[in-house]
Design a protein around this ligand. Structure first.
Ligand code: ZN
Ligand code: ZN
Length: 219
């Protein structure tokens, strides 16, 4: 049996007191990496980059909440790389990172503008890997999901969790919009798609379609 080795590897670095799953993901062929959602604890992220011995070429953001973006500008400056994402509908959040950080007790965070806003249907790449961008509003208006058809894998931010879905009580949130994003954009991609989410353990779309109480109608 020939088994193709996975073209990518990922390491999760939990950051901030909210234990956000900052993800260092890299292309095995080129050792080129992306940091997804550097919410804070930039020294911890830098240590993970050194440990993995990879070259970071991008920062990707799933959405504008402070626990996902609080360290983005500092890391961009330190690494000299571009920030891609989220969707421009989260612009109001990126202009209020400092004030929302104060609400959650997060200091040392910065307001910033990304180098590239992302829209539904865009593609982003790192090394030889390409991800499709899906605009999935509801948790925040500008939430995006990064999806690799080849690897059957997605980075979903706070759109969907193992056994739950994103909160929708923050500015711009909408529960019906969130459920529509999940059921019309994510679940049709296939039960076999595995995902890393913004908090807690990952799962697969099939596992969530069958058991997640917010999707089965039990919640
Ligand atoms: Zn969030
Ligand atoms: Zn979060």
């Amino acid at each position: 049996m020939n088994q193709t080795p996975s073209p990518a590897r990922a390491v999760i670095v939990p950051v901030t007191p909210l234990q956000q799953n900052c993800t260092l993901l890299w292309c095995e062929a080129t050792r080129r990496a992306v940091v997804v959602d550097p919410g804070g604890d930039v020294d911890k992220i830098q240590a993970a980059i050194a440990q993995a011995d990879v070259t970071v070429e991008k920062i990707w953001l799933t959405h504008g909440h402070v626990d996902h973006v609080g360290g983005a500008d500092e890391l961009r400056e330190a690494l000299g790389v571009a920030i891609e994402g989220p969707h421009i509908a989260d612009q109001f959040l990126l202009g209020n990172v400092v004030s929302s950080g104060a609400m959650f007790g997060l200091t040392g965070v910065r307001n910033f503008t990304p180098d590239r806003w992302l829209a539904d249907g865009d593609r982003v790449s790192v090394g030889e890997l390409t991800f499709n961008v899906l605009h999935c509003p509801g948790h925040s208006p500008g939430s995006v999901v990064f999806y690799s058809p080849l690897m059957r894998f997605a980075l979903v931010g706070d759109v969907l969790f193992n056994g739950s879905v994103g909160r929708t009580d923050l500015p711009g949130g909408s529960h019906p919009t969130l459920i529509t994003s999940i059921t019309t954009k994510l679940l049709p991609l296939g039960d076999d798609i595995g995902f890393i989410c913004g908090h807690g353990p990952g799962s697969s779309f099939g596992q969530e379609r069958l058991n997640n109480p917010f999707l089965t109608g039990e919640a």
